[in-house]
Ligand binder design. Structure first.
Ligand code: GLN
Length: 247
């Protein structure tokens, strides 16, 4: 069982520690003796239908998003959409997330085409939304839990009528600092503004992605071998406490 992770634009879109999410996915698979392969998908690289079980796409500034948006035109975006429809897992953070909607209009410059996985669009604003972010969600396990991270974006993401948010903002700005939503989830694809990296301190999100990625290979898989997440959960809770006390 070789889980294949597609690391989108890792050389150009990797800000605020987002590469740490790849390290987390690799380690949490290795700790479970799951064979894993990370395939770098950079500008100009081909994407083969059905090849990837789990995509990861980090954040980046507008200039890198322009490069990625033009690289995705045509087949690459189509294969990405088809992969998500086929049940592949995906996590995209901030700049990556913004380009998975219908379009991203930076505050300076022309509108960038999105992949259209999420029924959402993003408009650059003159306000940078920076700070700690705490989200409440039941989308991952059915039970209510929190996700913690750090956000830094000027883009305001607005969800369309058919879109489902990842969760509600308890502390921070989230999608657009107006409707208290954060992120978007469609099938097994998740976009959000949780930089940091997010996965080391949100093991439930990491395992959601790994399980869905494995199920993309073999629908008979129903659960993952549990790990001792004492340290991860202590980190999560200490960050949560620190953020709450800072208010
Ligand atoms: N350039 C985008 C924005 O400012 C994304 C930034 C990011 O990925 N942190 O909203």
């Amino acid at each position: 069982m070789n889980l294949r992770i597609g690391y989108m634009y890792g050389k150009t879109m990797n800000i605020y520690g987002d590469r740490g999410n790849i390290l987390t996915l690799v380690n949490r698979c290795r700790w479970r003796d799951i064979q894993i392969e990370v395939i770098n998908i950079e500008v100009g690289d081909k994407l083969t239908a059905g090849e990837i079980d789990l995509f990861f796409w980090g954040g980046g500034q507008d200039r890198e998003q322009i490069l990625a948006s033009s690289d995705l035109k045509g087949d690459k975006a189509k294969i990405l959409r088809e992969s998500i429809e086929d049940g592949a897992a995906l996590l995209a953070i901030c700049g990556g997330y913004q380009l998975l909607g219908k379009y991203y209009k930076p505050s300076q410059g022309t509108e960038l085409d999105g992949v259209g996985i999420f029924d959402a669009h993003t408009i650059g604003s003159n306000k940078r939304m920076i700070g700690n972010l705490v989200v409440e969600t039941d989308r991952l396990s059915g039970k209510l839990e929190t996700l913690v991270g750090f956000e830094n974006h000027s883009g305001k993401t607005h969800l369309g009528k058919t879109a489902q948010s990842l969760g509600n903002v308890l502390i921070g700005f989230g999608n657009n600092s107006e409707d208290r939503t954060e992120g978007c989830i469609y099938k097994n694809a998740i976009g959000c503004y949780l930089h940091g990296p997010a996965l080391p301190k949100n093991p439930m999100l990491a395992d959601f992605l790994i399980l869905k990625g494995l199920q993309h290979k073999d629908r008979a898989i129903t659960k993952l071998k549990p790990l001792d997440d004492t340290l991860e959960l202590q980190t999560h809770l200490s960050i949560l406490e620190r953020i709450k006390n800072q208010r």
